[in-house]
Structures are given as structure tokens and as C-alpha cells.
Ligand binder design. Structure first.
Ligand SMILES: Cc1ncc(COP(=O)(O)O)c(C=O)c1O
Length: 359
């Protein structure tokens, strides 16, 4: 057959979304399966979000405000940065994709840790750029010394995922200070903080307040996790104004929908509730970690809303065993399994499944 698409995409793994809850529930014939596979926070939309979305949808025959002006002003006020430094997008993954597009020509290199967020190889290859994967250190965290050493003349972008998906590990301020000092000033560093709201270790810096003013740093945030808007797709980045302007030029027009903008504005008024939910997640994360360690799984300390089970060649079987007990987790064979923190009841169901699976 005549080739219509790029041959180099053939070898690219497809992004695997967590297994469908409805599918598994039907297959097992149980009341309801539990999904702990996509790092969502389990407590529903924040108060006021459903109403804001319902109202916004009345104008859905019109295009949204392309500049997300009101939302950027609200984000600017909340995060203490100028609005012209903020770019919103259809989830932070879309913004990460745009960042590769805005920095790399075919053959340029993107350095990131591995394992890390599974979208990084996909968005890098999508732009025709080359992935340089730096293996995680023995503690499952980023090896920032090796990442700095992996930068070459071809490197245009370095991504630091902090905390790291899927291992949950986080790099601390001294390590990041040293790393950022070592990165050449013409290489853009993306600090992807999708799980920032769940960080409880004070040694892990908030990139916006600590590094936001560095010219070659971009901070990536999402409202999918702590802010409960995963299904509405709203992420944002903070960069220097010149970088933000360049990024806007290659942004898909109108990619932050009016519904996403309205939902994000409503969510931003609910910060106390976000904090309350994150505190619940953090305390459950610590409980689940301890319980798994008692089952002899060497779970690294997590600063996110998931835990990492480094089960290596047992990862796939463990994932399948949990699924057969109605709990969907995310196996990344041959490295490990990532399990999202759910409600206390969901976590109990997972721990029971894990105990049986590890037997
Ligand atoms: C590290 C990291 N970055 C970015 C994202 C993307 O989030 P979204 O596109 O929903 O904003 C995720 C989602 O899982 C993630 O784990």
C-alpha cells in the first residue's frame, strides 16, 4: 500500500489510557470496578464547577476567548506572576507537545529521565526530534547529574518531571539548583509539576516561586489532578514573556475551550477544598505506602497521588491479578506498577487485591 504517513512513527508506542471502568465492570459482572490507573483525584468536580460549565455551554455556538484573558488574569493573581507569562492549553500534555514544537527542529534532542511520563517519547517523536532517555537512579528518582551530562549541542529541551510520573519520587532544591546551574542558557528546561499540590516534603521546591524568573525555565502545571478537571482539559505554563509569545504562535488556536475556561475559573475559587482533598490524598498515600512495604514491596517515597511498585518482571502479572479482582492499576512492564491513590475504601480494596496478588 502507498505510504501516507511518516515511516518513523511505526516504531512509536501508542499512548495507553487506563482500562475502561465500564468494560471491566461488565466483564467481571461486579457492582463496580475501581479505577486507580490514571492519577485522578477521586472526590468529584469541585463545588461550583458543574454550574459554571452548564452556564458556559449556553454560549457554545461561539468560539471561546482565544487569549483566555479572564482565566490568565485569575491564574496570574493566584500564582503571583504576570499574565503575559502564562499560556493555557488543552491539558498540560498539549502544552508539552507545543514546547517541543517551539524548540526543536527534526534531529534536535530532548533529554528526559526514564521511566517518566509516557507522553514524552510520543511528543518528541511527533515533532521529529530525538529522545535522549537518561535512566533513573537506583532510588527510582531522576539522575540529574547524568541528565546534565547528557546535554549536547543538539539538545534544545530538557524535561524534569517533579514529582516523577510514574515513580512518585521528587528532586530537592539543592539537586535542582546544581542542575539548573549546569544547563547551558540556550537550552530550555521544562519543570513539569503536574502533581505539585500533592507535595508534602518542604525540601521539594515549588518551581514557580523558586525558579520562575530564570530565563530558560518553563513551569508546566495542570488542573487535571488536584483541581479535578481531567475531563475538561486545562493546563497552563509559565515562561518568560518572549518564550510565552513564541509558544503562543504555534499553539493550536482556541484549544482552551470556553467550558474549560469557565470550569477553571470556578475551580480557582475553591482552593481551601483543594487543600483539604490533597491532605486526604497525602495521608492515604502514606498509609498505602506503609501497607505495601509490610508486604515486602520496596515502594519509594512518593510526593504525588500515586505509588510505584518496582515489581520488574512480576509487573504484568500483578496488574492482571489486580484487574481480575476488580481494581484497575497501571502496569509498566518490565519495570513496575503505578497505583493511583483513591478514596480510603478504594485503597483498602486495592490493598486486599495486592495482598492476594503477591501471595
Ligand atoms: C507528569 C505529567 N505531566 C503532564 C500530564 C498531563 O496532564 P493533562 O494533560 O491532563 O494536563 C500528566 C498526566 O498524567 C502527567 O503525569
Amino acid at each position: 500500500m502507498t505510504r501516507l504517513t511518516r515511516a518513523d512513527l511505526d516504531g512509536l508506542p501508542a499512548y495507553v489510557p487506563g482500562r475502561s471502568l465500564a468494560d471491566l465492570t461488565r466483564e467481571l459482572g461486579i457492582a463496580e470496578a475501581i479505577k486507580l490507573a490514571s492519577n485522578e483525584v477521586p472526590y468529584g468536580p469541585l463545588p461550583g464547577v458543574v454550574e459554571a460549565v452548564t452556564e458556559a455551554v449556553r454560549g457554545s455556538h461561539r468560539y471561546p476567548d482565544m487569549g483566555s484573558v479572564e482565566l490568565r488574569d485569575a491564574l496570574a493573581a493566584r500564582y503571583g506572576v504576570a499574565a503575559d507569562r502564562i499560556v493555557t492549553g488543552c491539558g498540560s500534555v498539549a502544552l508539552a507537545e507545543i514546547l517541543v514544537k517551539a524548540t526543536c527542529l527534526p534531529g534536535d534532542e530532548v533529554v528526559y529521565a526514564w521511566r517518566s511520563f509516557e507522553a514524552y517519547p510520543i511528543i518528541t517523536a511527533g515533532a521529529g526530534a530525538t529522545s535522549v532517555r537518561v535512566p533513573n537512579a537506583g532510588d527510582h528518582g531522576h539522575d540529574l547529574t547524568a541528565m546534565a551530562a547528557a546535554i549536547t549541542d543538539r539538545t534544545r529541551l530538557v524535561i524534569v518531571c517533579n514529582p516523577n510520573n510514574p515513580t512518585g519520587t521528587a528532586v530537592r532544591k539543592e539537586e535542582l539548583d546544581r542542575f539548573l546551574a549546569a544547563v547551558p542558557s540556550d537550552v530550555l528546561v521544562v519543570l513539569d509539576e503536574a502533581y505539585r499540590e500533592m507535595v508534602s516534603d518542604p525540601r521539594v521546591p515549588d518551581a514557580l516561586t523558586t525558579y520562575g524568573d530564570r530565563p530558560n525555565v518553563v513551569v508546566l502545571r495542570t488542573m487535571s489532578k488536584a483541581w479535578g478537571l481531567a475531563g475538561l482539559r486545562m493546563g497552563f505554563l509559565v515562561a518568560q514573556p518572549e518564550v510565552a509569545t513564541a509558544i503562543r504562535k504555534v499553539l493550536t488556536p482556541f484549544s482552551t475551550s470556553m467550558v474549560a475556561q469557565a470550569a477553571a475559573l470556578a475551580a480557582l475559587t475553591q482552593e481551601n477544598e483543594v487543600k483539604r482533598r490533597c491532605a486526604l490524598v497525602v495521608s492515604e498515600r502514606d498509609r498505602v505506602t506503609e501497607a505495601l512495604r509490610k508486604l515486602n514491596v520496596p515502594v519509594p517515597d512518593s510526593q504525588a497521588n500515586f505509588v510505584w511498585l518496582p515489581l520488574t518482571d512480576r509487573a504484568a502479572a500483578f496488574g492482571a491479578a489486580c484487574e481480575s479482582r476488580g481494581v484497575i492499576v497501571r502496569a509498566f512492564p518490565p519495570d513496575g506498577v503505578r497505583v493511583t491513590i483513591g478514596t480510603p475504601e478504594e485503597n483498602d480494596a486495592f490493598l486486599a487485591a495486592a495482598e492476594a496478588a503477591l501471595d
